[in-house]
Each structure stands twice: as structure tokens, then as C-alpha cells.
Unconditional design. Structure first.
Length: 269
């Protein structure tokens, strides 16, 4: 019995020491990961600031571009996503997406890589607040110099993050659309249309702006621009289920009567 107790004691001691070593090794790994991410953020910030300085001196801003492969490699590791967010990597991504002092946009490869990383990271409300990424993404969603594909990606981020901030559900079945009749909304539509257009239309679809020319119009014309509309009011339906049912039943009865009349005529013949 004494030997059995001694064996059990050694087994318990070995198991406890193994758990302690695993826990210690996990803590060390976490510390190493945090240290690596802090160093990555530092390098990303330095590259961004050096590009700003080179741009002011009218030199090629290539520091972010030369570091891009290393950044993509680290940001594409799913086990590091939470650690990256906890160390506010989104702020560094914002620095890489911001235009330079002369208004020039980041390299297209940098834009694509940073937007792709933002789409993979499980970003939450506190990350948006701490990083300030929302402002630059909103700017990119409206900037005409951004490619159409990246503008759509940014618009998706704006919608997704707006619903997150407002605590709205992403499920389409939970959405509520405000309805209004066409008659009650006519004045609102006219006012909105006037505010959007902001100029009178001349024949041929050319917009003539008000100015100091003859009759309050400017002599020059400009090509009309496409107006982006966002419909948020659903028009009220003028049809009801009861009306449709009554119409369908009436049509079926008339058809039945015509069939019976035709059968009666054929029998008399």
C-alpha cells in the first residue's frame, strides 16, 4: 500500500508540474506575441511618418511599400487577430490609409492589402472608437480617386460599422422600412429633388447654373452629373388582399358561367 501511495504521489506531482509548465509556456508565448505586435506597430508608424517626411521633401515615399510584405504576412494569421486588435493595430492601418500632405493617396497595393485585412479582423465598437478608422473609411467611400471596387468595400464597412455603433441587427428580417403614400410625400420629394439638383435644366439635358449672365443664367454649361440616391421610404401599396381575392373569385365565376352556357348550347344542338 505504501508503494502504491508513493506511485500515486509521483504521478500527481508529474501531472501538476506538466500543467504548470504548459501554463508558463502559454504566458511566455502571449508575451512574445504582444512584443512582436508592439514592434510591428512601431515599424508601421515609422514607415508612415518617413513617407510623410519624404513627400514633403518631394522624394519617393516607398517606406510603407517596402514593408508591405511583412505586414501582410503578420495580418493574415487568424490566431493573432484578437492580439492584434487588443494592441490597436487598426490605428496603424489607419495611418497607412491616410493621404499624404499633398493629397496623394497611398499606393493601390497598400489600399488593397489594408482593406482586405480590415475585412478579416473581427472589429468591434471599442476598436472603432480607439483607432479612428471610421473617418478615413468614410472619406475613401466618397473619394472619386479611389477605385470603384475599393469604394464599394468602404461603403460596405460604413454600413456594417454604422449598424454596429447603433446596435442594429444585421438580419434583414429584423429591419423595418418606413412607408408613406405618394400623395403625402410629394412635397418632400420635390424639395429633396430641388436640393440635389440645385440648378435649372435647359433643353438637351444640360444644366445651366445661375450667375451674372443674361436672365440670371451663366453663359457656360456643364455636363450633368449622376446623382446618387438612397431610398429609405417604401411607398404604400394601393392594392389589398381582399380586393385581389374578390377580383379573382369574380373572374372564376364568370368563366364558369360561360362554360356552362356553352355546354347547354351544345346539348340543345
Amino acid at each position: 500500500q505504501a508503494e502504491i501511495d508513493e506511485i500515486n504521489r509521483k504521478i500527481d506531482a508529474a501531472l501538476k508540474s506538466g500543467r504548470a509548465r504548459r501554463r508558463k509556456r502559454t504566458d511566455e508565448d502571449d508575451a512574445n506575441v504582444d512584443e512582436m505586435i508592439v514592434e510591428l506597430r512601431k515599424r508601421m508608424r515609422e514607415a508612415a511618418y518617413r513617407d510623410i517626411d519624404d513627400n514633403k521633401d518631394r522624394l519617393p515615399a516607398i517606406h510603407k511599400l517596402s514593408m508591405l510584405p511583412d505586414v501582410i504576412e503578420e495580418l493574415s494569421k487568424p490566431p493573432l487577430y484578437e492580439a492584434l486588435l487588443d494592441n490597436n493595430i487598426v490605428e496603424s492601418i489607419r495611418l497607412w490609409l491616410e493621404p499624404l500632405d499633398d493629397g496623394s493617396l497611398p499606393n493601390l497595393d497598400i489600399q488593397n492589402a489594408m482593406l482586405d485585412s480590415l475585412g478579416k479582423l473581427p472589429i468591434r465598437r471599442d476598436h472603432l472608437r480607439e483607432s479612428g478608422i471610421g473617418k478615413i473609411i468614410l472619406f475613401m467611400s466618397k473619394c472619386p480617386r479611389i477605385t470603384e471596387q475599393n469604394r464599394r468595400v468602404c461603403e460596405h464597412f460604413v454600413q456594417q460599422w454604422s449598424r454596429m455603433v447603433l446596435r442594429l441587427s444585421d438580419d434583414y428580417r429584423d429591419r423595418r422600412v418606413k412607408g408613406a403614400s405618394a400623395a403625402s410625400d410629394t412635397q418632400h420629394n420635390l424639395a429633396a429633388r430641388s436640393a440635389i439638383v440645385g440648378a435649372s435644366r435647359a433643353p438637351g439635358g444640360i444644366q445651366v447654373e445661375s450667375g451674372s449672365g443674361r436672365g440670371g443664367e451663366r453663359a457656360t454649361a456643364r455636363i450633368p452629373q449622376r446623382v446618387a440616391t438612397n431610398y429609405s421610404v417604401m411607398p404604400a401599396s394601393s392594392l389589398s388582399l381582399s380586393d385581389n381575392s374578390a377580383t379573382a373569385n369574380r373572374g372564376a365565376n364568370d368563366k364558369y358561367k360561360r362554360v356552362m352556357q356553352a355546354m347547354g348550347k351544345s346539348k340543345r344542338r
